[in-house]
Ligand binder design. Structure first.
Ligand code: NAD
Length: 259
């Protein structure tokens, strides 16, 4: 019970990495708000994790919408009485060569990753500063450290999260708030499953080549990172064991990109 009675908001928690983080947080004793685009998906995931509805709840929160983020965060604080952990995880991927990238798609991706991180952070800090404690965890990527073809806004946004985490670490220190970034390698979630055929098409190679020669090429063991690999790191960053870590980014990638 490494997170006994801690209260956490996990954005983008109805699927993939965010869902697994929520499952493991709940198993470790946390009360968890599953924040995602629509109430139905959020409630369904919350119900799967905690059928009693007492310790895990769904919250409709489009992270690009200031009002929904502020209201959703306030609702979580009202329901559970505090806010100890924010996992800013919601994200999308759009692949295309930079020279053809549509401006509207560029703006949409940056809005979800960066405006979303800003808005959820600001709402969380208002409560965490009152409590004089908190841990904020951003879902970065190896692409927060390393460039890649076809992913200009994604690489740009993920690099940006490291900057934001460093600012939160500095400003939050006086208020007992820490901020860190997890940088996963490729994880088989719906986000990646959609990307494999798109990337194959753009590069004129097979899906197997995308997996073998792009996604897993630089890992030490040829393995995908798993949702559990990422969730366990999130538990560490959320708990007192990581008390000395702030403003850091941790690469969780089976050896891809050694810093
Ligand atoms: P996923 O598609 O399985 O889940 C993403 C979730 O975010 C979905 O439930 C979706 O509804 C939600 N979401 C999208 N836009 C939203 C918005 N505006 N407001 C609220 N929720 C929104 O993807 P995933 O692979 O679990 O990705 C989660 C995070 O991990 C993303 O930030 C992604 O960039 C990052 N990441 C993923 C990988 C990977 O290989 N899968 C690797 C590194 C980093």
């Amino acid at each position: 019970m490494r997170l006994k009675d801690k209260v956490a908001i996990v954005t983008g928690a109805a699927s993939g990495i965010g869902k697994e983080i929520s499952i493991i947080f709940a198993r470790e004793g946390a009360k968890v708000a599953i924040a995602d685009l629509d109430q139905r998906a959020a409630d369904a995931t919350a119900g799967e994790i905690d059928p009693t509805g007492k310790r895990v709840v769904g919250v409709a929160m489009d992270v690009t919408n200031e009002q929904l983020v502020d209201d959703g965060t306030a609702k979580v604080v009202e329901t559970f009485g505090s806010l100890d952990v924010l996992v800013s995880n919601a994200g999308i991927q759009i692949v295309a060569p930079l020279v053809d990238f549509e401006f509207a798609k560029w703006k949409r991706l940056l809005a979800i990753h960066l405006d979303g991180a800003f808005l959820t952070t600001r709402a969380a800090l208002r409560q965490m500063y009152k409590q004089k404690s908190g841990s904020i965890i951003y879902m970065g990527s190896v692409h927060a450290k390393e460039a890649s073809v076809l992913k200009a806004p994604y690489v740009t946004a993920k690099h940006g999260l490291i900057g934001l985490a460093k600012v939160v670490a500095k400003e939050g220190a006086a208020h007992g708030v820490r901020a860190n970034v997890i940088c996963p390698g490729f994880v088989r979630t719906p986000l990646v499953d959609k990307q494999i055929p798109e990337q194959a098409r753009e590069l004129g190679i097979s899906e197997q080549d995308v997996i073998k020669n792009i996604m897993l090429k630089e890992t030490v063991d040829g393995e995908f990172t798993t949702v559990d690999d990422v969730a366990e790191t999130a538990v560490f960053l959320a708990s007192f064991g990581s008390n000395a870590l702030t403003g850091q980014s941790i690469v969780v990638s089976h050896g891809w990109f050694m810093q």
